[in-house]
Design a protein around this ligand. Sequence first.
Ligand code: UDP
Length: 314
Amino acid sequence: MRVLITGGAGFLGSHLCDRFLVEGHTVIAMDNLITGSMDNIVHLIGHDRFTFVEHNVINYLYVQGSLDAVLHFASPASPNDYLEHPIHTLKVGSMGTLNAIGLAKAKGACFFLASTSEVYGDPQVNPQPEGYWGHVNPIGPRGVYDEAKRFAEAMTMAYHRHHGLDTRIIRIFNTYGPRMRLNDGRVVPNFIHQALTGQPLTVYGDGSQTRSFQYCSDLVDGVYKLLLSGESNPVNIGNPNEMTILEFAQVILQLTGSKSEIKHIKPPHERNADDPMVRRPDITKAKQLLDWEPKVDLADGLEKAIAYSRSKLL
Ligand code: UDP
């Protein structure tokens, strides 16, 4: 296959570039480097099946030659990032998706949308199956991401139904691993960074809110299997191992051997308005349809993420 990966220099995008190259495919990575980084793909520069194009997908998109798949992974994904770039986040999820779908249609390629568990908002159902419609505040600070992704899903389904476009929608739950920016503001890199530098681990509120963390290689496997399947309806990909944020802070202290204290604080800004109180994927569909389930234990994955952070701090 010859595939375009938007957001190809980002955390997940760059791991996808690696995987598609290993599988023998040709990869064009596109990124405007707002939250992505050349550091994530520098090892691929010069590879004969890899090309990098610096471009913002909210602008007209064109790629020469044939394409078999367009994987649209471009978007700020950390609450800090989408609060800092609210308009970009809305544009990349709407105009960027439209451009990426248009390109897929023009090339007769499969369009693969990176959607998110954020489409479920602050869920009133736990775990969240794909059939749950969500509980989202459209005008809250997280609305720029949640609603852009919901719009992107709606557009993907419309192109599928109206034009018969071959499409996929993955709903990605909290994912971590090497190449997440140490300062990206999400809880995994934050706690690891704080633990390694002897700073207090900043638990927002009482820490009773829950998340379920999946290692990046499991996500990449899920993407690959979903692309090869013919499934056009959304599929959750995440690890159902749910824990409170306070428990997660204790896990990080244990794995890093850090003497940092745990500090309960009010989040630094409005980022935590509408912070989901629970999140856990129902992965029944992925298991049945894709024969996929997460393989990497939290401790094993975190060891790798911690080693990455250590290397960046040297
Ligand atoms: N969180 C925290 N301390 C931090 C960063 C995040 O307690 O330093 C909490 C945050 O309030 C949320 C959870 O951790 O409940 C996960 O936040 P993250 O930013 O990783 O992403 P989200 O899952 O909210 O998109």
